[in-house]
Ligand binder design. Sequence first.
Ligand SMILES: N[C@@H](CCC(=O)N[C@@H](CS)C(=O)NCC(=O)O)C(=O)O
Length: 202
Amino acid sequence: MLTLYHSPESRSSAILTLIEEMGISDWITLHQVTIPRIDGSGGRDPANPHPEGKVPALVQDGTVITERAAIMLVLTTMFPDSGLAPAVGSPDWGAFVTWLTWYQGVVEPVVIFQGAEISHPWLTATFRGPDEVAARLRAALQKGPWLMGEHFTAADILLHSPYAWFPAATPDDPLIRDWVERCKARPARQRVLQAEAARRAA
Ligand SMILES: N[C@@H](CCC(=O)N[C@@H](CS)C(=O)NCC(=O)O)C(=O)O
């Protein structure tokens, strides 16, 4: 049994979009929880099993899975026919795993440091910076149209997500901006955003 703990208009929206793109919503119970929001609203929800009270958290038969890359790997591996990832164990799958883990380990810290206007030689030595992130995205999108080539994958959902929420961080590159807009415009994401807005208003 799979339960996704999520909160509207947060990082868990990327997982809702993945579920919608994969067409697997019948297999997953959604559990909406509250989280502390930057504007001071909300608060930690005792019903949320995430060890830090964050979202998303996926619970599979009692095991708590956190971090979007991990949740995406679990779901695309459990539902291999959904077409959102290359075949497990293929060379393309290695590239797919690289995109997800590079996002989690490098891109998100780089975007956060950029937004917080923090720089330090240790950070640059460890993560590099926005220019290196843009260069890797651009190199993939020059082949395109998606990061993995012809097929839209979970990697596109995860990698474009910080730019959808924090447009000022989007690299000033027409190829990358066009890719972000195409990811944002996908019908599955639009359906998720509309449903989330309705839930928040309720
Ligand atoms: N590295 C985690 C980050 C999760 C995260 O920071 N989620 C935010 C929502 S945007 C959260 O739950 N914040 C609530 C809090 O900080 O307590 C992931 O990628 O899944």
